[in-house]
Design a protein around this ligand. Structure first.
Ligand SMILES: Cc1cc2nc3c(=O)[nH]c(=O)nc-3n(C[C@H](O)[C@H](O)[C@H](O)COP(=O)(O)OP(=O)(O)OC[C@H]3O[C@@H](n4cnc5c(N)ncnc54)[C@H](O)[C@@H]3O)c2cc1C
Ligand SMILES: NC(=O)c1ccc[n+]([C@@H]2O[C@H](COP(=O)([O-])OP(=O)(O)OC[C@H]3O[C@@H](n4cnc5c(N)ncnc54)[C@H](OP(=O)(O)O)[C@@H]3O)[C@@H](O)[C@H]2O)c1
Length: 249
């Protein structure tokens, strides 16, 4: 198998001065919603590759990735310069276990994301599987500032298509807001604000929780959930908490 497949940039959308979505055309083997691939560019004669979650669903041939420009980050500095038609390398195999196949059935599926980790949840929600499997789904997107609450049109379309099943709960931590919850998901979990906003209880009997993004948020949220009796979900020992972190602390 070739080390890299060559794709072509279709569009680079800039949401804020730090947040971008990249659309890419490439012939890749099938992947599962929630998985990631690796994107690569040749920089100073070396292939620089990083993992990125798919935002598009597996049935959508236009690949989409949602990323943040990391100060001093070698790959993102180059990704934001891409133009339509530019080549971009993509791994021939997708990977990852942050998929619904790995998650037991439950009454409520909680999807907790920070920043660009909204992406894999949008991919999962674009498929039929979550709507068949969970009676209620709560999508949480936690960001620092209001303009970072991206993909609102796509989320509104999901809400319109599944009004009884889906709830969207945005969190903004660093500026005052009226429509979103203020502060951190972890605090809202501990003080009951998250459940009150959702009108649902979150416990080991009724819930599955997927957490993705900032590693300290993933760790702190997992700890808060374990304190109320939920357990890490493992293949050999199913539990209620499934996580993916985007970088190491
Ligand atoms: C499984 C997996 C999936 C990922 N999916 C995505 C994705 O869909 N979108 C995305 O933007 N990134 C994603 N990442 C992170 C991504 O692979 C890169 O690390 C990131 O884009 C920065 O690349 P870089 O070469 O510019 O800097 P790097 O040298 O790779 O990173 C420098 C530092 O930037 C910080 N950082 C890295 N990624 C992020 C991030 N997403 N948000 C905030 N700070 C970060 C960390 O402190 C890191 O040490 C994912 C990582 C993993 C492990
Ligand atoms: N977005 C920006 O304007 C900006 C500017 C400069 C640098 N950066 C860098 O870009 C990277 C990612 O930025 P990002 O915008 O995706 O934000 P982020 O730092 O991952 O924060 C996203 C959300 O997660 C929350 N969060 C962080 N740690 C948490 C924890 N332990 N428990 C619960 N919630 C937690 C944040 O709350 P808090 O706000 O309370 O932390 C915020 O609401 C970071 O490495 C950051 O240093 C971003």
């Amino acid at each position: 198998m070739a080390a890299w497949l060559e794709g072509r940039v279709v569009r680079l959308h800039r949401w804020t001065d730090r947040l971008y979505s990249l659309q890419v055309q490439a012939e890749i083997p099938p992947f599962k919603a929630g998985q990631f691939t690796r994107l690569a560019l040749e920089i100073d004669g070396e292939m620089v590759a990083r993992p990125y979650s798919f935002v598009n669903g597996p049935d959508n041939p236009l690949l989409e990735f949602y990323f943040i420009r990391v100060p001093g980050g070698p790959l993102t500095a180059r990704l934001i310069e891409l133009k339509p038609g530019d080549p971009l390398f993509i791994a021939p195999r997708s990977a990852g276990f942050f998929t619904l196949d790995e998650i037991p059935a439950a009454e409520v599926l909680w999807m907790l994301s920070t920043g660009t980790a909204l992406g894999p949840f949008l991919s999962i929600l674009s498929t039929a599987q979550p709507w068949r499997r969970y009676r209620r789904i709560v999508l949480v997107h936690a960001v620092r500032y209001v303009p970072e609450l991206t993909y609102r049109d796509e989320i509104d379309a999901l809400l319109a298509a599944h009004p009884q099943q889906l709830q969207y709960i945005p969190f903004v931590s660093r500026e005052p807001v009226d429509f979103a919850l203020h502060g951190r998901v972890t605090n809202a979990l501990v003080n009951g604000t998250l459940e009150a906003r959702a009108g649902l209880t979150l416990d080991a009997e009724n819930s599955q929780v997927m957490i993705c993004g900032n590693p300290s948020m993933v760790a702190d949220t997992q700890q808060a959930l374990e304190a109320r009796g939920l357990k890490k979900n493992r293949r050999r020992e199913p539990g209620q908490i499934t996580t993916e972190q985007y970088w190491k602390t």
